[in-house]
Design a protein around this ligand. Sequence first.
Ligand SMILES: [Zn+2]
Length: 115
Amino acid sequence: MDAGVLYVSIPYRTCGHLCCCGCGHEVITPLSPAQWSITYDGENVSLTPSIGSWALPCRSHYWIHGGRVRWSRRYSAAEIAQNRERDRRLLARNSEEHRPGALTRLRRHLQSWRW
Ligand SMILES: [Zn+2]
C-alpha cells in the first residue's frame, strides 16, 4: 500500500491504509455495522468511527474525515480496554443478526482515494 491512500474493497468489505503517523504499519478496518463505515460525497471519503491503533507502538488515534486526517488524543490504557470491550460486545451482537446490506449488491473491485 502507498502512504496517503485509503484502499476500499467492497467485495471484501474492508478498507486498508498505512498508519497516518508514518510508522508504515498497515491498518485494516473491516466494514460492517459493528465496525467501520465509509461515506463518499463524490470527492472525498470519511471513515467512522475513529481509527485507534492501540496494538501498534505508535498508538495513533485519528479520524479520516472528508479526505483529511484529523488527529485525536491518545487514549489511556483504561480507555483502550473500555473501547475493546465495547467493540467486542458490538461484534458479538452483530454476528447474531443476518443483514443483507446494500453494499453487498455493489460489485466493485478496488478503489482508492487520495487525501
Ligand atoms: Zn503509526
